[in-house]
Design a protein around this ligand. Sequence first.
Ligand code: 0RQ
Length: 501
Amino acid sequence: KVSRIHCKALQSKIMTAEEAAALISSGDNVGMSGFTGSGYPKAVPLALAKRIETANSAGEKFRIGVWTGASTAPELDGALAKVDGVEMRLPYQSDPTCRKRINAGEMEYIDIHLSHVAQFVWFGFLGKLNIAVVEVAGILEDGRLIPSSSIGNNKTWLEQADKVILEVNSWQDSRLEGMHDIYYGTNLPPNRQPIPMVHPHDRIGDPYLHCDPDKVIAIIETYSPDRNSDFSAPDEKSRLIAGHILEFLEHEVKRGRLPKNLLPLQSGVGNIANAVMAGLNHGPFENMTAYTEVLQDGMLELLHSGKLVSASATAFSLSDKALVQLYAHLDEYKDKIILRPQEISNHPEIIRRLGVIAMNGMIEADIYGNVNSTHVMGSAIMNGIGGSGDFARNAYISIFMTPSQAKDGQVSCIVPMVSHVDHTEHDVQILVTEQGLADLRGLSPTQRAKVIIENCAHPNFKPALRDYHKRALEHSFGKHTPHLLDEALSWHQRYLTTGQM
Ligand code: 0RQ
């Protein structure tokens, strides 16, 4: 095996994951790499979890702050949550054990717009970052780092942490070198300059991460795959949702509101988003581009077919099957895919300038167009807002999509009032369910309510929604956004009490 650590000065720092984990103290805030199952450290978090388990069973209270790019994997979030080793988690997670602890009130969690995280750390809003634990694909002679399959917040972790632990993972394909674009032109207000990007495929930075070698306290060599999740083949509802979106986009092109090759696409996580990408592959649009956060299977297919000419993201989020395809054609994709820090992939300035078409999943929407992406029944966190808010507010068109019902039809995803708000009515232009699409542009709240109920709600819940809106129009204190306050959240309470909305 050829070592990927070419910097002589750093070779003396190589040690085992257990030795490295011993350098992390209880109370430390640890900035970990990792974004949707890509590029997370695979060895140190597991060794740390063991250490924490031993300490906690001896009566110590060993807990750390875990800051990441976004969600990671069972070997990081799952392992640390299992041993109750996390005091504070931010900014996005999707791990079942982690979620359980958060919803049981046993773990603190802050859900932050993904583009905000790096700058909040620079501003000092989140406290001191003690240690960075970052996976890389290799180390150059001069100490610069070859990033791996995600960038996330790694640039900021390496710069802001007092100490750095590196995991050099030789499973990561060495041909990733050159695909990344790390922008080093950021400044703090009042010294910020415009970010010099005008096309989604512009390169504005350096392909390598910089790191002060004196801060590196440990290097661990690993050979371990990313944890990739599989997508299910698009089901009927996802196909219908994708169909409505495609029809809408074609209509917008005909009306001259979108160019023929559309505008840069952003696509959220999950099966519906993937189905939309599959739909686009059979649709009429050519020469499309993507300015998005994660590159999923569907987008890779679009690159493969040539429909998509370039894709900018902060991470790969591919199934095992798609990963095989990626690596089989990496040389071909190399110039077409750019991985950036998440504060750039999700930057409001760039999203607004490029005119991104944002497509994100949601838990529920209300009849006025407010969207809940994160909380079940107003109080239990699912994952987090992720990048959806970065894109929704700044997009050219912001689309939210969901099946019209959840929980085997016991729950309506269109409700009188959302039980938690992530995206306000002002940031939502299009709502889509398998029932249809509601175009909310240019409509007042009561006009929106009619379109949302008629086009998006499931027939089982339509009569009750119509009835609520009609009575609200008659009895509401104000007639601008009519509500019956003692009834607005009764659907959620009814579900909690009876198991049915
Ligand atoms: O839970 O599996 O326990 O039954 O929510 O729902 O239908 O599988 O949908 O996987 O597309 O996720 C909003 C969570 C949708 C996702 C959300 C329950 C449902 C199921 C998942 P079970 P589905 P998806 C940028 C974009 C925020 C981050 C984001 C998300 C589970 O899209 O996390 O947009 N978005 N990032 O049963 C009760 C309802 C429900 C409900 C669904 N109304 N009431 N439960 N569920 N609707 C990319 C990144 O940031 C990385």
